[in-house]
Design a protein around this ligand. Sequence first.
Ligand code: COA
Length: 683
Amino acid sequence: MAPIQGGVAVIVIEHPPVNSIGLDQRLHIAGQLEAAQRNAKVQAIVIAGAGQVFCAGADIAEFGTPRQVQEPTLRTLLACIEASPKPVVAAISGLALGGGLELALACHGRVAHASARVGLPEVTLGLIPGCGGTQRLPRLIGADAAVDLMLGGQAKCAHQLADSALFDRVTSGDVLQAACDHARALAAADKPFPRVGSRALDAQALRTALEMRRSKLTARQQLQPAFGALLDAVGAAALPLEDGLRKERELFVRLIDTPAARALRYQFRIERQAAKPLADMPAAARAVLRVAVIGAGTMGAGIAIAALDAGLAVLLLEQDEAALAQGRQRVLGHYRSRLAAGKIRASVAAQNEARLTATTDWARLREADLVIEAVYEDLAVKRQVFGRIDLHARAGAVLATNTSYLDVDAIASATSRPGDVLGLHFFSPAHVIKLLEVVRGSRTAPEVLATGMAFGSTLKKTPVLAANAFGFIGNRIYNAYRRQCEFMLEDGAWPEDVDAALEAFGFAMGPFAVADMSGLDIAWRMRKAQAAQRDPRERYVPILDWLCEAGRLGRKAAAGYYSYIDGRPVRSSDAIVRGLIEHASELRGVQRRSLPAQEILRRALLGMVNEALLLLEEGVASRAGDVDVFMVLGYGFPRWEGGPLYWAARQDRGQLARELDRLAQATGHGFTRGNLELLSQLA
Ligand code: COA
């Protein structure tokens, strides 16, 4: 029996850690709801979540199992709530996501804490809300605002929605108390209490709004069936509720087993798995409250912002006052522009700024629990910096290098404490990209590694563990992929053909557009550094070097693989670039031919897959899922395709083997073939 507070029965959803609703919770809520109806002492009902969270939605672990469809289903339960003769109010604190928000929408009132975050993130799982969200939310807050929330898939803070009709009350005080008061008031009023489902929407206005939205779906959204289906479902919100719910259900059922939805569930799982420690890593991480970042360039400032956003104190260190002032400005400027755009509250900006200390005094490194070096990508420079860190950092501090390919052991050996050193490879912009490559040196102590992983989670990033080998996971795979794409230029494709084929598959950007955006000089510098060790028998495409020699360093120079007008690329390569490419083909003695988009795509993907298999065999990556998470979060691989290894595991193995033969031939000397058998573990 639910506890009764002044005539209000309080039903608590309790399923740690996030109160997701599975069969057991549905039975529990339905039972308590029924008991509350029968109890004459109960005038109204409040549904709340145990602990800090209201409810993170339907239990994803039940998806596709018989438990998901066993009565009472969530839809049945919500219908009972909406039809309840006694008013039901949701007391929303922490989170109300997916089915959690849908449950609240079926209630007759909603009271939220100002800090609660609410959303319908189903599209991120390749689905649409399946329990009335597409029908009730537009009825309550209007089609535009509802579609915004559902298409974006991101949770919004209740205080941002305080003016909408979503909540009857937003409070900074005791949300349960406020919800009970509201429930009592509904019961005492001598008018019928509000039922969202009985509201009506203007059919014509809805149609117009949705047509506009459909025409604005991005190419990536159009590649995923859930986005179009979402608009179709909202389109049914002008029908009577029962008909709209039926249409929503039909669309939901059609989506649940699509390849995209399966791949997105896989990504959900492996992202969380990647952050978990391996068996040989003790759970005990060292405490990190104060972080020092050495180097206040774009990367250093981004890392500082990420740490400040996570509530940590940050010491930003530069070698001279001018560079320090610029770096400090980068961080403060970020908060000012977020504030001006209404993305954060003034109090949050002020708190974050107050936790930043900028200094040129190396002795202050002793205050830090974690020191992150983010200086120029050069081994000698980094070794020198680590020698200095060693002089000042306190005993027990974790020392991290932000490098994307350098030897972490060589950096660690510049200190007297290599066990405290690890790699933390951030991706630019460091405060945005949700990936952190945590690199284990040969002498990194297990608790130092655990600290790196925990630090990634503190920053709300997915930490992925890599062993110390040139390029680690990310750059090894990306270089292999880019190399195949460069071979295709010599074989007959133009940059725009390659980019278009990969973008049509769903990559956020093709490899040549990415190269231009990052600046070709980064790769040029790396190539020059490696020139002496390069085996002359290996196939080497000189086009990038020639572009750089001609000053075409990418977008920042308004010319790279593409030319740029007002910062926007002209997406067909110009005569100079074509001339260079043709010259490269000539030097290699290749008869240029046009490459079909499908061939381009599969060759590029196979380049990635082959390298990923090698990384697994070599133990640089510990789990196949880690590679897939990496490529999605770090390199724009379409999430709904699951990642390169997930994709490969679903292809015909014989065809892959034949294509790998051709890849070996195209690559020539030095090609190492990955073991396709490893894909069986993933199929
Ligand atoms: N169903 C089942 N399990 C869920 C869940 C759900 N809806 N939401 C989260 N979990 C589990 C996670 O798998 C994780 O389990 P684990 O500890 O065994 O790995 C645990 O809850 C904690 O989640 P995590 O994501 O690690 O914590 P967080 O604090 O970073 O984020 C959420 C919490 C709720 C924001 C995040 O998990 C999330 O977005 N969940 C999905 C919500 C959703 O899409 N709901 C609609 C479903 S249709």
